[in-house]
Design a protein around this ligand. Structure first.
Ligand code: GLN
Length: 546
């Protein structure tokens, strides 16, 4: 096994129930270690058999996060990027599907030389190879944090747990730390916090040869010392390694909460890491702003999955960042696009200061989105269209300003007389669904003097994509002649990437997903300026009504 011994590894497993926030815990610890001057990266291992989440429904999976190099990955990678303020790559997300795909491909090639191919050692070796690849992916990495998806006790996560058990032996116990995130529920009828589920979860881990070094106990209320002592005794860890992870009001407070309990000190000491004290001044400032916003503004989110907010995770977080940079609390008003097909948009949009139409697939609710765009355009409400949102804005403009009756996207109506949104030539040949969209980062040239130019402050930007359809170049001239500005163009593929309307205070669309690049300490300029425009709109309306 190829290993870089200088790199230390932290494995984060989860117990008792899912959704305890392993991703946030990993990202928070990563951020704390990074703030001490260490070079850190985080990877996620997902036990499902899909090669990646790109083919899963949002109901199954939530948001599909796209990396710069075009991998469709788990939404936890978004947390890693937002907390660490650095980009991840396809190496940072491994699935059972990928592991088996590679092992079976190797078997078909004859690489196993007649051996029987088995979970141990072949699958576990492949998992370990993926972990080592991340450790070698950047020069001078100090720490790789690996989050193991699923819950201890699941059949499908066993090979991953076995692989991390072996990894500790392979690279030496001083180079590895196992952190287990578990639940200590509060039972209201007994008025007590209960440690038994944690004891059982640790028992399961120890049965397969993993002794956790640190326990992060998720609780509704902070753990008292006597309970910590009890957990320490039963789970065979020192008492200072039982950390209480009580609920906090924002995910961005988690690192500070861990720091207050000296989690990073503990990790540094255990792994014998050479580094300074954490520098958290900038992060503290963000939390300060987050807790005490001076203003408030409501923005409508009009999409298909309004009951499933995990599918818009990065957008929601981008609004938190944009709120901080505008000293405002951004309230999101979720509106199902289907409702706007039956009811007039004014019923839902007259009290908002901005409208965002996010990305999406399929025709359900499309007409509602187009109605919402009309309302925002006519009433000069700040509008921000992301990917499908841009496509809806182009359809609306084609129908109502260019008078192209029944203009549409070929995705929603293949019989439309005016296919203003259409597949790119190379997409027309694509048959299989997995990993075949236009994916990952590409360059966009921005026209000088446009609103986009003012927002970005430069003429060349890199943004990430995930879509099949594009603005149809046959209609570019007409759209421009009626006043739409095509402010961003991909020079290599000659495709429209950004649109805006000059007669409107803030009407911007992007064919890409800017939300994938907004970070806690570096808000994305489009979100920052959209929220600023919404605040201005609100101010103007309040003045007009008073
Ligand atoms: N369904 C559209 C397309 O494939 C938009 C995709 C998206 O919004 N991510 O082009």
């Amino acid at each position: 096994m190829e290993n870089n011994h200088k790199v230390k590894h932290i494995f984060v497993t989860g117990g008792v129930v899912s959704s305890l926030g392993k991703g946030i815990a990993s990202a928070s610890l990563g951020m704390l270690l990074q703030s001490r001057g260490l070079k850190v990266t985080i990877m996620k291992m997902d036990p499902y058999i899909n090669v990646d989440p790109g083919t899963m429904s949002p109901f199954q999976h939530g948001e599909v996060y796209v990396t710069e190099d075009g991998a469709e990955t788990d939404l936890d990678l978004g947390h890693y990027e937002r907390f660490l303020n650095k980009s991840t790559s396809q190496l940072n997300n491994t699935t059972t599907g990928q592991i088996y795909f590679e092992v079976i491909t190797r078997e078909r090639r004859g690489d196993y030389l007649g051996k029987t191919v088995q979970v141990i050692p072949h699958i576990t070796d492949e998992i370990k190879r993926h972990i080592s690849a991340v450790a070698l992916s950047e020069p001078d990495l100090d720490v790789v944090i690996t989050e193991v998806g699923g819950t201890v006790g699941d059949i499908e996560s066993l090979p991953f747990l076995e692989a991390i058990r072996q990894y500790r032996l392979d690279i030496g116990k001083d180079n590895v730390l196992n952190i287990h995130l578990t639940l200590v529920p509060y039972i209201a009828s007994a008025g007590e916090l209960k440690t038994k589920p944690t004891q059982h979860s640790v028992m399961r881990l120890r049965e397969i040869g993993i002794q956790p070094d640190i326990l992060l106990c998720r609780t509704e209320r902070a753990l008292p010392e006597d309970l910590k002592a009890k957990i320490a005794l039963f789970c065979n860890v020192p008492i200072d390694s039982v950390i209480s992870a009580a609920d906090v009001s924002s995910i961005y407070e988690v690192p500070l909460y861990f720091n207050a309990q000296k989690l990073d000190d503990l990790v540094v000491e255990r792994l014998n890491l050479k580094c300074g004290q954490p520098k958290l001044a900038k992060w503290n400032k963000v939390i300060e702003k987050l807790r005490n916003p001076q203003h408030e503004v409501t923005i409508a989110m009009c999409g298909k999955y309004v009951d499933l907010q995990d599918s818009y995770k990065s957008i929601i977080e981008s609004f938190v960042h944009a709120g901080v940079s505008n000293d405002a609390k951004v309230k999101l008003k979720w509106i199902s696009s289907e409702i706007l097909e039956k009811q007039h948009p004014s019923e839902y949009l007259s009290d908002v200061a901005g409208l965002l139409i996010p990305g999406g697939f399929g025709d359900r609710g499309i007409e509602g989105k187009i109605n919402a765009v009309s309302y925002a355009r006519e009433n000069k409400i700040p509008f921000f269209g992301i990917c499908l949102g841009l496509q809806c804005a182009v359809i609306e403009f084609a129908r109502n300003i260019c008078k192209l009756e029944n203009a549409n996207s070929m995705e929603f109506n293949s019989e439309t007389p005016y296919p203003v949104i259409d597949l790119m030539e190379q997409q027309k040949r694509v048959k299989s669904k997995g990993g075949t969209m236009r994916l990952g980062s590409s360059m966009c040239k921005i026209t000088e003097g446009t609103l986009a130019h003012k927002i970005y402050g430069k003429t060349e930007i890199m943004e990430r994509h995930r879509h099949r359809f594009e603005v149809n170049n046959d209609y570019r001239e007409l759209l421009e002649s009626r006043g739409m500005i095509l402010s961003g163009i991909n020079p290599e593929l000659d495709l429209v990437e950004m649109i805006e309307l000059p007669e409107h205070p803030w009407f911007v669309g992007g064919q890409f997903h800017p939300e994938l690049q907004s970070r806690v300490l570096e808000v994305h300029p489009l979100f920052r300026e959209f929220v600023a425009a919404a605040l201005k709109f609100k101010q103007k309306n309040t003045n007009a009504n008073s």
